[in-house]
Design a protein around this ligand. Structure first.
Ligand SMILES: NC(=O)c1ccc[n+]([C@@H]2O[C@H](COP(=O)([O-])OP(=O)(O)OC[C@H]3O[C@@H](n4cnc5c(N)ncnc54)[C@H](OP(=O)(O)O)[C@@H]3O)[C@@H](O)[C@H]2O)c1
Length: 368
């Protein structure tokens, strides 16, 4: 029997041929990327699957959900007038309402576009969340865990936040400023960076701001979350032994880093283990039972019965981040393993990165 506690989550293609093939293998094979992008403008929202088996460890309650695809890629969303994109996302919301959803989660770029969900929430009877609060919570959690596994004590580490003027990155910077002694904020606009720096004051860190991506070379830990559609971090930007947590979708770290830098650890924002025998009914690229943090926020709110606009807009408070962290932990969501360039990262691989970093550092020291 379907639960009366329900949610829907909007996903969208990032890599058009690969992602369209997940639903329609033949279409993905036959059409070119340009053709898919062109045709996607005329496509209605696409029903993807039913999500079952999400069950709270605290209350035993289960929730049912649906994936709905907005057919636009990030590039299409940036190219089209924002009003056209809003209309498509609102149509996805109407589809969610017709399925019986009581909360709508905005995935990846649908949460970035325009005002971050405010207009979407105004136009729908259904409450909306963009998932940013739990994305922030889990991104910092992933940095802490990756640092632990790479044997980098936070109390002695230098950290950087790239895209620091952004919604997610700005709050991540505020949290990290309390935990590390050195923090570099990197962005494109110095005046906006200075405002973020002011919000980071009062923590443990000496905080500096830079518009030059090369300034991350000094850092042990880098959290990157820009809305750039092309890569921002290249192999030459990273020192041996650096840890990079890339929360952006599409990713900020160039695929060249995976090939050229076996001495650095690049992880995606952190996979979340979903409580209960969850079946997503669709392969979005994660191992069974794991989700992105923004999906987990939507599920956790449904388990908590919080059917309200939760994370909307471009300002997320620390209090919201801590609250969703506590709600999600209570129901059994937790950080569970890392992925790097769409592959699981094993403990052996992390040990290998540590060895390569140590060797590179020794080579550098002896050449000085
Ligand atoms: N993994 C997950 O679960 C998850 C969940 C939600 C969102 N996301 C991803 O998180 C990313 C950011 O989301 P957001 O809501 O924080 O977006 P946002 O508030 O729009 O902020 C984006 C930031 O990126 C900066 N930026 C854009 N292009 C850049 C470039 N070429 N170089 C340097 N900085 C650049 C912007 O700088 P300006 O201030 O100068 O414009 C802005 O500060 C997106 O990729 C989104 O898909 C991931």
């Amino acid at each position: 029997m379907m639960s009366s506690d329900t949610f829907a989550f909007i996903i969208h293609p990032i890599d058009p041929k690969k992602d369209v093939s997940r639903k329609w293998p033949l279409v993905g094979k036959l059409l070119t990327e340009g053709q898919i992008n062109y045709l996607s403008r005329f496509f209605p929202p696409v029903y993807i699957s039913e999500i079952t088996g999400v069950r709270s460890v605290a209350t035993g309650k289960t929730v049912t959900g649906w994936f709905i695809a907005c057919p636009f890629t990030p590039k299409t969303m940036l190219r089209l007038p924002v009003e056209t994109v809003y209309r498509k996302i609102v149509a996805c919301g109407h589809k969610a309402e017709s399925l019986g959803a009581r909360l709508l989660g905005l995935g990846a770029y649908t949460s970035v576009v325009g005002d971050g969900g405010v207009t979407i929430a105004e136009r729908l009877a259904l409450p909306v969340t963009n998932g940013d609060a739990y994305t922030i919570y889990m991104a910092v959690e992933a940095v802490r865990e990756a640092a632990r596994q790479m044997e980098i004590p936070l109390a002695g580490a230098s950290a950087a936040v790239v895209g620091a003027t952004g919604t997610i990155a700005g709050v991540c910077a505020q949290i990290l400023a309390r935990e590390v002694p050195e923090l570099v904020l990197v962005g494109r606009r110095q005046d906006a960076l200075n405002e973020v720096r002011e919000r980071c004051e009062g923590g443990a860190a000496r905080v500096t701001a830079s518009t030059d991506i090369a300034s991350i070379y000094a850092c042990d830990l880098i959290l990157t979350v820009t809305s750039s559609v092309s890569s921002v971090i290249e192999p030459e930007h990273l020192k041996p032994g650096a840890v990079v947590c890339d929360v952006a979708r599409p990713r900020d770290v160039s695929v060249r880093v995976a090939q050229a830098r076996p001495d650095v650890l690049v992880i995606e924002g952190g996979m979340v283990e979903v409580p209960g025998p969850v079946d997503f009914g669709f392969d979005f690229g994660f191992p069974p039972g794991k989700s992105y943090a923004c999906m987990a926020e939507t599920m956790a709110l449904a388990l908590e019965g919080r059917y309200e606009d939760y994370s909307v807009g471009k300002h997320i408070s620390l209090q919201r981040v801590n609250e969703i962290g506590a709600i999600a932990a209570k129901h059994g969501f937790r950080l569970s393993g890392f992925r790097s360039f769409e592959r699981a990262v094993t403990a052996e691989q992390i040990a290998h990165v540590r060895e390569r970093a140590h060797a590179a550092q020794t080579r550098r020291a002896s050449s000085l």
